[in-house]
Design a protein around this ligand. Sequence first.
Ligand SMILES: [Fe+2]
Length: 381
Amino acid sequence: MEQEKLRFHNGVFKIMVIGDLHEPDVIESIDAQRRTSDAMRLLAAAADKLRPDLAVYAGDQGKSGDEARMRALIRRITAPLREREIPYAVVFGNHDRECELPLSRQLALYREEYDRLYTYDTPGLPGCGNCCVPVYDAAGEKPVWRLWQADSLGGYPDPAVSPYDWLQPEQVAWYRRTAAENKAADGRVLPALWFMHIPVREEYRLLRKAKWYELPWSVKGFAGRQGSRYIQKDRSIGYLGEDPAAAAVNSGIFEAWKETGDVKAAVFGHDHMNDFAGEVDGILLCQCKTAGFYPYTDGCSGGVRLITLYEDDPARVDTRMVRFKELGLKSESLGPVMRHFHDRQVINIRVASAVGGAVLGLAGLLIAGRRWRGRRSGKAK
Ligand SMILES: [Fe+2]
């Protein structure tokens, strides 16, 4: 039976992006149960509030070498969507491949669990789940948007070259070739989104080197940029909580997007704390921070990213984070500090302010003490 087409409803198409859940395959301890409960309540509440037309898992969903356990994991993390009949797509992250169960089998398990999985594997390409999925108009007659999904692969064998692998030339060539075929079939270039786990290096073009007084809210660079610290330029909105961990080698995909002209926005996971978004050369680069409660995180500021597309305005892409707290949820797994502090840089700034205040206070006391002693010795003469 042919799969139902993804299509616009009431002029919009809403996508809920779910980043880096890192769910374990076995949940036994009370702590694990609470963490999973927090994450699943987030997905359920976000799905109820946003009513997305599609959800996209942005990689690092969770792993297990045991097929039965992996099936249970997939069943668990997709339940909030399946129960609400929300279709989903899955891109794989670097950690998804760190188990004996191959990605192709993992993808098959996602499909066996739900017939509304909108990810396919294009044979002959590196990785798994490289594909391009059309979104149709409300009538379901013609495609009006396209959704690219790509496997950004895993760690690179020689970390001295790059900590992570990069999109391979075959994948970039496949994108160019398929985009040309789409253009020929559609009679024009349709707007598109790109989903991938590891961000492109061009994200650093949304940042600039920090000045000394900006260090408390800066992040260090990554892969060849370790010597410098960075903050956001004005044109990116959202939160920069850590160094964007792109591969050290540029795959050239960003240049290919520019030349082809279809990709309006690209969405990445991987960096659990980052949720900034900004335009580089007309392409919106969006980070989606973790929706999970297992990985390193920002306390309760985890969430999902909403992307809204408009049928009558192909150039428009609206996006924002929808956070755990905003959904009226209370964490069961976070301790009393992280339950309230949800932004590591705010903590940095407060600590820096407290230290700065203490230093100034001490200096003041020292100066006052010297003056007082000076006056006393003056009087004695
Ligand atoms: Fe991750």
